[in-house]
Write a protein that binds this ligand. Sequence first.
Ligand SMILES: [Ca+2]
Ligand SMILES: [Ca+2]
Ligand SMILES: [Ca+2]
Ligand SMILES: [Ca+2]
Length: 395
Amino acid sequence: MNNNSSSTLSAAPVLRRGISSSVKLTLTGALLGLAAAASAVQVAVTVRNAAPDNGIWAVNPWLGVHDGTFDGFDVGSTASAAVESAAEDGNGSLLAAAFAASQPNGVGAVIAGPIAPGNTHTQIFDLDPANPDHRFLSYFAMVIPSNDAFWANDNPSAYPIFDGAGNFIPRSFRIYGSAIYDAGTEVNDEIPANTAFLAQAAPNTGTTENGVIAAHPGFLAAGQGGILDQALDRFGRTLTFTGADFTQPMYPVAEITISLVNAPSSRLLNLSSRGTAGTGDETQIVGFVVSSGADKQVLVRAVGPGLADFGVDGALADPGLTIFDVDGNVMGTNDDWVAADVAEATSAVGAFAFADGSADAAILMTLPAGAYTAQVDNDSGVEGVVLVEIYEVSN
Ligand SMILES: [Ca+2]
Ligand SMILES: [Ca+2]
Ligand SMILES: [Ca+2]
Ligand SMILES: [Ca+2]
């Protein structure tokens, strides 16, 4: 299952204080509750291009899940033909073949296509937590435009998905510009005819560099006719790369999130709705329903400051969160999250962790069947972007 598989559903109209709102919710991953095979779980690996506007793109990221020994490259060493092809042309097929040969019981995938700054793609893997061949994630993506720039993990065991006992390890991590490598296979002339995504017309076009894999020194400075000065018409618009100087301190390149879509023992409902919230009529309202049956424990979060870590500009500085039932009764409220209350559940559902002492809001509570709204407000009076998340913690 490739990306863009997220589906939408319309929440019931919500009435409160005269505000009527029909909120479209984005359902991340899958709506579960389906009986899974006893041993299999679905793990979502989400790759987000975290670069700023007019920044660098990624193309055809390759992902592989393995036993911790698949090491596709080493900094300081000559690139393999597979790395050359993946770094110069965004072609991961040789890398995938090398992976398949090395890891007959591993699982690999290529997320096809270019990923624009701010865009996200998700790959779902069916994994067996007890299988040692399903323990570690590796990734590799070409930076475009470039001659031979890429980001990937040099250490094959840096990103365990499960611990040795088979426990899932939720994780979200960011890759910065300082972690972009030069494959050392093609001179960084940035001439459009040699540069993938610009005017390069065939694979393996450019001047051979005969170097080794090393930290990438960055693109030619603006005004030198390199990538930062280029513009191209693509996808019905004009693309420029004026924001592509990834040598800027803490330049965000990508964010990779590993989360559990599904577990045999729990039904994970991860509703996410991102919008702006201010005061009064600008309150963001998200409706959700606990269906009939046993009471449900839910984790509801209003993420404001935490979005800044994901490169979102204009995040709401201090969201407050209140859960109402259908009659307008307050079921729970929180301004700033309390670790003792929600940290364990946050980890259990695979949500990313908030920074210590942040002003994000989170409520963990058990609700009987019924319709509810999660409402975000804001005491600063300055509107901002907020993400509302609703997770079902247990059946
Ligand atoms: Ca290595
Ligand atoms: Ca190079
Ligand atoms: Ca080239
Ligand atoms: Ca080459």
